[in-house]
Design a protein around this ligand. Structure first.
Ligand code: ADP
Ligand code: MG
Length: 263
């Protein structure tokens, strides 16, 4: 997946510090506050092209905020965020362009209730990517097929299960041809029997080389699909390691405590 790994280094120890050949998302000394709350503290994180980074940590540790600042849905007080070599500006046309390069999938699917599945997937393509409707609809149908929903195109979101709605949300994010996808607890709102159908789509995207940042409590997914696990607590990145290293021998008390509660 495009990493220079020095064979003579302890790869577990250095997993989070390998030199990315091709960094796609870079956060440098990022700090963010909500009033007095220092919600992101000196965050340094590089996501290489094609990499899958799973972010885990207790509720309130800043995982969602991390996702939101990467797409500049939230301002930051200091530091920088660079997407594909371009520093994220505060506003303007360039921001809109860069934002479209990173698709977001949320816990709540955020589909338009009064639009069909097909229209939901086509909407941003015509509005933001300025595709013609026929072209957008063609692409939407291909993507719905890819997430296993080819036969649901003309339904409305309320007629689908939660797992199907989340797969529509993934198709919608893919429709923009993003360079990376961010997932913020994509399966947390789903009934257990629907979690796997969504994780399966995500696993396939990962295997196809999509760059992904995934906030999730699904440790099976982290173990099987992640290149790195980033553990956050109290607004800080506490560990950034391979899944094997993290799950077999977490270094920090915070991570050990967290794992003992969820595993
Ligand atoms: P996580 O996703 O890890 O649960 P969040 O990033 O949602 O954590 O939140 C981190 C902290 O920031 C929490 O203490 C939360 O209450 C606080 N927070 C999140 N969003 C806001 C907001 N819009 N205004 C004020 N505080 C917020
Ligand atoms: Mg969250």
């Amino acid at each position: 997946r495009g990493w220079i790994v020095c064979a003579d280094l302890d790869t577990d120890k250095w997993a989070g510090q390998r030199m990315a050949v091709d960094p796609l998302i870079e956060l440098r000394d990022v700090n963010k506050y909500y009033g007095n709350l220092h919600v992101l503290q000196d965050i340094n994180l590089t996501v290489g092209r094609g990499e899958v980074v799973v972010v885990i940590g207790p509720s309130g540790s800043g995982k969602s905020t991390l996702c939101r600042v990467i797409n500049r849905l939230e301002t930051i007080e200091s530091g920088s965020i660079v997407l594909d070599g371009h520093p994220l500006p505060d506003e303007g046309k360039e921001l809109a362009g860069l934002r479209a390069e990173v698709g977001m999938v949320f816990q709540s699917f955020n589909l338009f209730a009064h639009k069909t599945v097909l229209a939901n997937v086509s909407l941003a393509q015509t509005k933001v990517r300025k595709r013609k409707k026929e072209e957008a609809d063609k692409r939407s149908r291909e993507l719905l097929e890819r997430v296993g929903l080819a036969d649901q195109a003309d339904k409305y979101p309320a007629q689908l299960s939660g797992g199907q709605q989340q797969r529509v949300a993934i198709a919608r994010a893919l429709a923009m041809n993003p360079q990376a996808l961010l997932f913020d607890e994509p399966t947390s709102a789903l009934d257990p029997e629907m979690i796997n159908e969504v994780l399966e789509v995500m696993r396939r995207l990962a295997a196809e080389g999509m760059t992904m940042v995934v906030v999730t409590h699904e440790m099976g997914f982290a173990r099987s699909a992640a290149n790195r696990v980033v553990f956050m607590a109290d607004g800080k990145i506490i560990e950034d390691r391979t899944p094997e290293a993290f799950f077999t021998a977490p270094e920090s008390d915070r991570a050990r405590d967290f794992l003992s509660k969820i595993l």
